[in-house]
Ligand binder design. Sequence first.
Ligand SMILES: O=C(O)[C@@H]1C=C(O)[C@@H](O)[C@H](O)C1
Length: 144
Amino acid sequence: MANILVINGPNLNMLGKREPEHYGRQTLGDIIEELETLADDYEVRLYNFQSNAEHEIVERIQTAIEDIDFIIINPAAFTHTSVAIRDALSTVKIPFIEVHLSNIHKREAFRTHSYFSDLAEGVIAGLGPIGYQLALAAAVEKLK
Ligand SMILES: O=C(O)[C@@H]1C=C(O)[C@@H](O)[C@H](O)C1
């Protein structure tokens, strides 16, 4: 059974309370609950991790080398800043899909650059929580 790790970055623990015009009103728990139902249907094992700390995300990616087949990551603000997380992904060489709830290309200029997109299998942005579900479907397809 494939192991898929979902990583969410800083401030995503505040979903539901945070700028609903950009991030909607679902909590991260709501989003993950929907993903877990889908994972059951796909017969894959889902692991979830959220942190506001860059080093914790780096370390979670490092340990993923032991048992994770695919990563779905919303690096949140670290999308635009983190060479460290980029380097961790390059080190473990686990395929990943980059997800953003909002369309980062329709927002402030600083959000239009990602340190991850050129390494990703694919990027989904602007579709809200469905973006995670689409990423899971794509991951399952790629792991066949
Ligand atoms: O759309 C999202 O999910 C991303 C989430 C964040 O927290 C922002 O810092 C990013 O710029 C966009």
